[in-house]
Design a protein around this ligand. Structure first.
Ligand SMILES: NC(=O)c1ccc[n+]([C@@H]2O[C@H](COP(=O)([O-])OP(=O)(O)OC[C@H]3O[C@@H](n4cnc5c(N)ncnc54)[C@H](OP(=O)(O)O)[C@@H]3O)[C@@H](O)[C@H]2O)c1
Length: 163
């Protein structure tokens, strides 16, 4: 299982139910990485998607504890147990955890690779990702050179879980 996330310089990921920043090249990278794959998200993240529509050409799995949450276009799991049962159908390499905060924190222990877009600015945030640079469990293995969008610098990094 892999995780993909965009963080600011404090590892902030969201504010008031929204992303901190939308960088077109990062959106493109996210699409490229997840197309044709399985994406796992929390109900809040699902409802923040444009038009509350599933991500196209991907198997969308949404976690919600509410039995009344219903959507025919996605697979709904009501617990991590249900999720892991559902995931047995798929190749582990094709599974991406895409947020938000609560789903990242519960599933990070099961992930072996992390694709992190690191934005070198600090935003007001109320949701965070674990700081992988301070974690003894993760090692950065690749980092792109800085990219720029408007006045924002960002890099694409890959981390792997230590064995
Ligand atoms: N920067 C990024 O890359 C990135 C990516 C994605 C999201 N985000 C941001 O993250 C924020 C949202 O994060 P969040 O933590 O508030 O919400 P979230 O993780 O997207 O969704 C939380 C919801 O997921 C469900 N859930 C969580 N754990 C569950 C479990 N074990 N079993 C069943 N259902 C479970 C619950 O839904 P019910 O309430 O229905 O039970 C819970 O309220 C937003 O600001 C969003 O923009 C950032």
């Amino acid at each position: 299982m892999k995780v993909i996330v965009a963080v600011d310089s404090d590892w902030g990921i969201g504010y008031r139910g929204k992303l901190l920043q939308r960088i077109p090249e990062d959106m493109k990278f996210f699409k490229q990485m997840t197309l044709g794959k399985v994406v796992i998200m929390g109900r809040e993240t699902f409802e923040s998607l444009p038009g509350k529509q599933p991500l196209k050409d991907r198997i969308n799995i949404v976690l919600s504890k509410h039995k009344c949450f219903d959507n025919k276009k996605v697979t709904i799991c009501h617990s991590l147990n249900e999720l892991f049962f559902e995931l047995e159908k798929y190749n582990n390499d094709d599974i991406f955890v895409i947020g938000g905060e609560s789903i990242y924190s519960q599933l990070l222990p099961f992930c072996t690779e992390a694709y992190v877009t690191k934005i070198e600015s600090k935003y007001v945030a109320d949701k965070y990702f674990v700081d992988l640079d301070r974690s003894e469990s993760w090692t950065p293995v690749t980092a792109s050179s800085p990219h720029i969008y408007q006045d924002i610098y960002y890099r694409f990094l890959k981390y792997i879980k230590n064995k």
